[in-house]
Design a protein around this ligand. Structure first.
Ligand code: PMP
Length: 405
């Protein structure tokens, strides 16, 4: 059992009033709040260690570099990756996916090859592949989902051919919370010789992620969605693939030697980390992962699953509610509409009650099109949320329904 009150005390932002009401933060899919330990890490970095990483001989730079590389090792362990060479620090999920689309695309994708994405992907896992397909005259194909928002596995397998170069799919859908069977998806893709990228932006903070067990070739995520600072993310990639891929950007840090005749690139992982990385945010990510480990991700997952079930049960009682995305396996997000009430209005009224939810397309326009809607209201949960907060959401929604009836 988690001591939620104790956990909530670790997150100072939660303890405040908005419009005279206690803040109820249910927008964790967009970004998570930060525990004291992470805020302290950032502060202490600037108070004590700050200096640009790598290369310099002086003490502070050594200390900064040590913190940065310590965070890389923490991420490696968290993902169960084989080597720190497989952990590339990026700006976030979007940056990590763009890195693969550019660099993997450059090396591996040719005319008429095919890239598969799922119908419900976030724009970050659609647009970079469209851009790649345009550059290379390759084709983007879409894995369909059923009306519960689960991928239709037989249809997926039919799309897999020798032409498939990459399957790019979310671990967890940000729009509807569906947990995709990424291990099975990876196994099928590998059978036809395709590579697999998992967009872990909504998976890493909720579900134990073991990249060796999943077998995926790439896994991308953002620090800010896992209780760390913004401006940092991770691309996990299998070392033999990363070795074959050209650098994404050129500049300092990603080189061994530079001359006007020839530049020799740095070894992994620095080959993909051109310029000054957000090393303070990287250290905050290491700290956030230590924090999660201290609570136990299994405990977090269990609690969040119970809370989601409770939210589904409570919200189902609201007259004329339609929950969108009713997959058997879901994590942490509940998307819905109230009949005849625009999602924006619902969100705006909830806001005045101190309840933060997100409304709109959730950067997944094709997913909305599939349901013939312009958006949803999404409550996305974290382990610092409580049943009492779900009850307040329930009462808030009843109030919205009454106001519009
Ligand atoms: N993929 C998914 C599934 C997401 O939920 C998000 C963020 N909403 C992203 C990608 C993009 O993440 P970021 O903006 O941190 O790069």
């Amino acid at each position: 059992m988690l001591d939620i009150q104790k956990i909530r005390n670790d997150f100072p932002i939660l303890n405040q009033e908005i419009y005279g009401k206690s803040l109820i933060y249910l927008d964790n899919g967009a970004t998570t709040q930060k525990p004291n330990i992470v805020i302290d890490k950032i502060n202490s970095f600037y108070y004590k260690f700050n200096s640009n990483i790598h290369r310099a001989v002086h003490y502070l730079s050594g200390k900064s570099t040590e913190e940065y590389e310590k965070a890389r090792e923490t991420v490696r362990k968290y993902l169960n990756a084989k080597s720190i060479n497989e952990i590339i620090f990026t700006k976030g999920t979007t940056d990590a996916i763009n890195l693969v689309a550019f660099s993997f695309g450059e090396r591996f994708v040719e005319r008429d090859d095919e890239i598969l994405v799922c119908q419900t992907e976030h724009h970050s896992n659609i647009v970079p592949w469209q851009m790649l397909c345009e550059r290379k005259s390759a084709k983007l194909k879409v894995i369909p989902v059923n009306d519960k928002s689960e991928i239709i596995f037989e249809e997926y397998e039919k799309l897999l051919t020798k032409k498939t170069k990459l399957v790019a799919i979310a671990h967890v859908s940000n729009a509807f919370g569906t947990v995709h069977p990424i291990k099975k998806i990876t196994e099928s893709a590998h059978k036809v010789g395709s590579y697999v990228l998992i967009d872990g932006a909504q998976g890493i903070q909720h579900i134990k992620t073991d990249v060796l067990d999943i077998g995926c070739d790439f896994y991308a995520f953002s620090g800010h969605k896992i209780y760390a600072e913004t401006g940092i993310g991770v691309l996990y990639g299998k070392e033999n693939l990363l070795e074959q891929m050209p650098p994404y950007q050129g500049g300092g840090d990603m080189i061994k030697t530079v001359s006007f005749r020839k530049t020799v690139y740095a070894d992994l992982p620095l080959k993909f980390e051109a310029g000054t990385s957000n090393y303070v945010a990287a250290a905050s990510l290491g700290e956030a992962m230590n924090y999660i480990n201290s609570i136990g991700l299994e405990n977090i997952s269990k609690y969040e699953t119970q809370l989601l079930k409770y939210a589904e049960t409570q919200l189902s009682k609201i007259p004329n509610i339609k929950i969108i995305g009713t997959a058997k396996k879901k994590s942490s997000a509940i998307s819905f509409l109230l009949k005849g009430i625009h999602h924006y209005d619902t969100g705006a009224i909830l806001d005045k009650l101190g309840i933060a939810v997100r409304t709109g397309t959730h950067c997944a326009e094709p997913a909305m099109k599939q349901y013939g809607i312009t958006g949803t209201v999404r409550a996305s949960l974290s382990f610092y949320n409580t049943k009492e907060e779900i009850d307040a959401l329930y009462r808030g929604l009843l109030r919205v329904v009454r106001m519009f009836s």
